[in-house]
Design a protein around this ligand. Structure first.
Ligand SMILES: [Zn+2]
Ligand SMILES: [Zn+2]
Length: 441
């Protein structure tokens, strides 16, 4: 199937969609115009043949379903651990949101909304998935199975994937439509060779993380009479010290599992002012916790919360805690990784595959989808000359669009068992995987 040529013929329109989305970024949970632009583009390019299966998914997201009508879908579903899909099916996920940043890229299609910037390349992710779904629909007589396309809101805040999973109407629609076998997502990776596929087999590919803010309230007083108040500074300092030592406590366990050590970064400690006449009465401590397992992040956060409650109680302080920007770990399973590796060999323009030795340093809320359905998060190189993600000049590289689109198509075809021999190989791999015990979280 000459997919590369088909992708090329659609490329000018794909690029136009990417630029249109880039010009009008919307931040987490506000992506209504972006979703509308994607839906309209897919509708136009399929002559009205492909419409959303569900809208407002998780608030502002979109769900599509493309049914292959070729003869190959009589094959057994490719291994789908714990998912319960009734047909060979796969979910491809893209993210719709931009960032609350000012763009300084200078490109002609730069953001027209001050303080909004597609600085993470989600405009490219959405355009590539829109194109892949369109091509799969147009050539649906050549393949079998079901491909879902999920355009997810609010990746940047870690709340979008969870909102999708909490959308009971959308989940019921998915289940009625046959269920999901596996899920895949790409992220563009600057400063790596263009199109290079980066994947990590059977392990954490993006760490779990959470922000944690602890507030302690006492009583403000004159600095000359601190005994008249209740100053939380020492309590906050002791908590900061305890938090900073937590990674050491969990490092040995992580090492015994072959995982990178957890991290606790002190991000703020606010108490008092530069007024030397006042003994402060309130303060707060902020930390960011990261680990290869979601459970490790949860444990470290609970340890800080427990210690904070104890110190508050012993010193007569009021205690509040809040978790912010919570991300599950994104964990790839071996069979899904094998699907990606196979798909990459079928794409004409992928220069090499990099088996990652360490997870990405950032977090990705695709982890919540992968823990529900199994799957893989895949990095795809954007080119060596790009600035880092979230930089004020970041602009998704248009050269990556055709490569990523072709890779999406091939992942979809591989995951739904459209190539001879693959299903048996993956099924064997999946059996091994399931025999190895429950998935880590
Ligand atoms: Zn980002
Ligand atoms: Zn991103």
């Amino acid at each position: 199937m000459p997919w590369a040529g088909r992708v090329s013929s659609l490329l000018p329109r794909m690029t136009a969609l990417r630029h249109r989305i880039h010009r009008a970024p919307e931040i987490a949970h506000e992506e209504r115009q972006t979703a509308a632009a994607v839906a309209a583009w897919i509708c136009d390019n399929t002559a009205g043949g492909l419409l959303p299966l569900a809208e407002d998914v998780g608030g502002t997201g979109l769900l599509f379903r493309v049914q292959g009508e070729g003869g190959r879908n009589t094959r057994q579903p490719v291994g789908s651990p714990g998912a319960g899909a009734t047909v060979p099916s796969v979910l491809l996920r893209a993210d719709l949101d931009g960032l609350p940043l000012f763009e300084k890229s200078g490109v002609p299609y730069a953001s027209e909304t001050p303080g909004r910037h597609h600085a993470c390349g989600h405009d490219g992710h959405s355009s590539m998935l829109a194109a892949a779904l369109t091509l799969l629909h147009m050539h649906r007589d050549e393949w079998g199975g079901v491909v879902y396309g999920l355009f997810q809101p609010a990746e940047e805040t870690g709340t979008g994937a969870l909102a999708v999973l909490a959308d009971s109407a959308a989940m019921a629609t998915l289940q009625q439509a046959g269920g999901v076998g596996r899920a895949f997502s790409f992220h563009n990776i600057p400063q790596r060779p263009l199109g290079q596929v980066m994947v990590r087999s059977a392990g954490t590919v993006a760490r779990a993380s959470t922000g944690l803010r602890v507030t302690l309230r006492g009583v403000q007083s004159h600095a000359a009479m601190p005994w008249e108040g209740n100053n939380p500074t020492l309590a906050l300092a002791s908590l900061a010290s305890l938090a900073a030592g937590l990674p050491r406590r969990h490092a040995a366990t992580a090492k015994s599992r072959g995982e990178e050590p957890p991290l606790c970064t002190l991000v703020h400690l606010n108490v008092g002012t530069r007024d030397y006449g006042i003994s402060p009465g309130v303060g707060d401590l902020g930390v960011t916790l990261r680990a290869c397992r979601t459970t490790t992040v949860d444990t470290m956060a609970a340890e800080i919360e427990t210690a904070a409650q104890a110190v508050a109680q012993s010193q007569g302080l009021q205690y509040e805690a809040e978790r912010i920007d919570y991300f599950c770990a994104a964990i790839n399973d071996a069979a899904s990784t094998a699907i990606v590796l196979d798909a990459a060999t079928r794409v004409s323009r992928v220069p090499a595959v990099e088996m990652m030795q360490q997870p990405f340093s950032w977090s990705e809320d695709f982890g919540a989808l992968a823990s529900r359905w199994g799957g893989a998060l895949v990095g795809i190189g954007g080119g060596l000359q790009l600035p880092v993600l979230h930089h004020e000049t970041y602009d998704f590289p248009d050269e990556l669009t055709p490569i990523g689109t072709e890779l999406w198509v091939q992942v979809a075809l591989c995951a739904t068992g459209n190539y001879a021999g693959d299903a048996a190989r993956w099924a064997a791999q999946t059996t091994q995987e399931l025999g190895a015990g429950p998935a880590i979280s």
